[in-house]
Design a protein around this ligand. Structure first.
Ligand code: MN
Length: 304
């Protein structure tokens, strides 16, 4: 009993300060021409989480038993992806309304617009900010009027309730994004922090903290959206589109930690874990991202 794990603390339901919500859908990936398999992401995430992450972390001097974490389960299967998205927005919004921080595990990156929409509903006109940590921009147009895993942030930037000046693309890889899409983002007053840029200057972790800091001036609440394909394939091979380069595992964990720590971060989503491509290494990384978010949140609680 001296070596309890984070999973031992997690209760069932929506009552936690941090609430896990699964979005087991990958049709959005298929619509975008990607490889299917991310629908089992939430189930495998929970499996790897069972064994990882001590409650009392001696290095960080953090005791997670001071915070409450619950698991709201998954969005149930739906006839259409559109119904799944609508159910996701409702579930995420309900958690926010109850004062919890949703930690949404996909599924495809198409989950991020429904999640952002929930935050905007919750804010009711007050400004919200979004950072997309991703190798890609994900501002492709809808395909035949339908959303997909590459369209979430175009949907967000087209949303009249959202101000493009409150959006940052983080760790984007120029070789994987069209010039047209980069221009589209810049025309909406949003910012792109390229991978090379964030690695070259302050390093990815400090660059991310600065990005959070910039949005803090102008927003009431922040959403950090994390696509696992932003991490290099050596650390995160289990995604539809693994990167020959990318963030390091350590960057991913520190981004999660500083997101958990930041007073305004009220929503986090983790996308594109595809156990059909690679289960263990990427699954352990996904679990570690969640654990570090919780470590940061426990420190936030301690400070406030
Ligand atoms: Mn993405």
């Amino acid at each position: 009993m001296t070596d309890r794990r984070l999973a031992d603390l997690i209760t069932t339901g929506t009552g936690g300060q941090i609430v896990i919500l699964g979005f087991p859908f990958d049709e959005g990936v298929a619509r975008n021409g990607g490889r299917e398999g991310a629908k089992t992401g939430p189930e495998r995430f929970r499996y790897w989480l069972k064994r990882y992450g001590t409650v009392r972390n001696p290095q960080w001097k953090v005791d997670l038993s001071g915070i409450s974490v619950s698991d709201a389960g998954d969005i149930p299967p739906c006839q259409t992806l559109e119904e799944g998205h609508a159910a996701l927005t409702r579930a995420t919004e309900n958690i926010l309304a109850a004062g919890g921080i949703p930690f949404v595990v996909g599924g495809g990156n198409d989950q991020s617009y429904p999640n952002a929409r929930a935050l905007l509903n919750h804010l009711g006109g007050r400004p919200g900010g979004v950072i997309n940590v991703d190798a890609h921009l994900d501002v492709r147009p809808l395909i035949a009027g339908r959303a997909h895993s590459g369209s979430s942030f175009r949907q967000l930037l087209e949303d009249p309730a959202f101000d493009g000046g409150n959006f940052i693309e983080f760790a984007t890889q120029g070789a994987q994004c069209s010039a047209e899409h980069a221009e589209y983002i810049q025309n909406r007053k949003a910012r792109i922090l390229w991978l090379d840029e964030v690695q070259r200057h302050e390093g990815a972790v400090d660059s991310f903290r600065n990005a959070l800091g910039k949005l803090t001036w102008q927003c009431q609440s922040l959403f950090v959206s994390f696509d696992l394909d932003s991490v290099a394939a050596c650390d995160a091979p289990g995604v539809s589109c693994p990167g020959v380069q990318g963030l390091k595992a350590h960057d991913a964990l520190m981004i999660a930690y500083f997101s958990g720590l930041h007073l305004l971060v009220s929503l986090f989503d983790l996308s594109e874990y595809n156990p059909a491509i690679e289960d263990e290494r990427t699954g352990r990384l996904a679990a570690a991202v969640f654990y570090h978010f919780c470590l940061g949140f426990a420190m936030r609680e301690k400070k406030s």
